[in-house]
Write a protein that binds this ligand. Structure first.
Ligand code: AVI
Length: 352
């Protein structure tokens, strides 16, 4: 596999980062831990399971929007004007069927932030293949194994896709090769991961991505939208308890990697809607007053009964906020798509 690799931290450095994050987050009040700690191997598997839970509407809603509009999305990203789109009554990946003779589109190269695990990415890749015959797909991820799996699966499933993985931490920006004349990049940042950043961080991440792109390139951004509280609470506290396991896995990870002695049943998963900040929050709440030793830090932590560790924020955007975020980070908002209920938004922005 040809993989473009940038210096990725070794296991020791990752463990030092985990230790530093725990020292900074748990030796203060209120206690908190960063959400990136969720995604070790077990946590990534649990997250995949969450996306299949009936209460977790995000994945299937975004998939529905992409299924309906992927042809329009790749067409617009390649330079098709909305007027031509309307005239063609374009949907799905039926570009080849609508007679685009005479309309010259640039070739697209598709970059994805995070190794696209799912059928959501496939929809866009298939639409690009239908539009231009073949497509180069550059998934960007810090995990080489996630990229290897993505390459094997996608090349097998979709003839015409050439996967060129990049091992890189996209939150620090992108170092992409120059594209030939007549080719543009479409960067996918779907799945609503942008919602896990604080608003100012989200703007920094997108601005860094923007800095690695050229005029005419585009970004497709998926954001979860604000909706009724009951729907949100259920999505982050599913009846089968998968989200609870995902949250508690953070403590299990600290047991594995730092020799911590967390008793998982001493903590309870809490999902909370914060209306002032328009975000879902996840916490781990101590059921009893107790102490926990962390070997690697040579520290003993004290928990009061009911004391919480804040583990995640998931921002739910208001109408217009995603477009404002795109504009603030250097993209011109081009078009937005949503579902019938207005639960999720997919937004296309272009580098100007
Ligand atoms: C990855 N991210 C978009 C998920 C979310 O909904 O914020 C993570 C997650 N947390 C709990 N369930 C899923």
């Amino acid at each position: 596999m040809t993989t473009i690799a940038f210096p990725i931290p070794s296991t020791e450095i990752i463990q030092e980062r985990v230790a530093a994050a725990v020292r900074a987050g748990l030796m203060r009040r209120p206690k908190r831990l960063p959400a990136w700690l969720f995604y070790d191997e077990a946590g990534s598997r649990l997250f995949d399971e969450i996306t299949e839970r009936p209460e977790y509407y995000l994945t299937r809603t975004e998939r529905g929007i992409l299924a309906q509009h992927c042809g329009a999305m790749v067409g617009r990203a390649a330079g098709l004007e909305s007027a031509s789109l309307e005239a063609s009554n374009l949907n799905s990946f039926s570009l080849d069927a609508i007679g685009l003779d005479g309309i010259s589109l640039d070739r697209l190269r598709i970059v994805e932030l995070g190794a696209g695990s799912a059928d959501k990415t496939r929809l866009l890749l298939k639409a690009a293949v239908a539009q231009q015959g073949t497509v180069i797909y550059e998934p960007v991820d810090v995990s080489l194994s996630a990229l290897e799996t993505a390459k094997e699966r996608i090349e097998l499933e979709i003839p015409g896709v050439n996967v060129m993985p990049r091992v890189e931490d996209y939150t620090q920006g992108l170092e992409l090769d120059p594209t030939p004349a007549g080719e543009r990049r479409l960067v996918l940042y779907i799945g609503s991961s942008i919602g896990n950043f604080e608003p100012w961080e989200a703007e920094c991440v997108l601005a860094r991505v923007r800095a690695g792109l050229n005029p005419g390139d585009a970004l497709l951004l998926g954001v979860d939208l604000k909706k009724d509280e009951a729907t949100l609470l259920a999505a982050y506290d599913d009846a089968a308890g998968v989200t609870a396991d995902f949250n508690l896995n953070m403590l299990a990870r600290l047991n594995r990697e730092l020799g911590a002695e967390f008793q998982l049943d001493a903590f309870e998963h809490r999902a909370v809607w914060n209306p002032d900040q328009s975000r879902m929050e996840m916490h781990l709440e101590s059921r009893v007053a107790h102490r926990v030793r962390i070997d690697a830090l040579d520290e003993e932590l004290e928990f009061e009964e009911g004391e919480r560790i804040h583990t995640e924020n998931s921002y739910k955007y208001l109408p217009g906020q995603a477009e404002a975020l795109l504009a603030a980070s250097g993209f011109e908002p081009v078009e937005s798509w949503t579902d019938e209920q207005g639960w999720f938004g997919v937004h296309l922005g272009r580098v100007i």
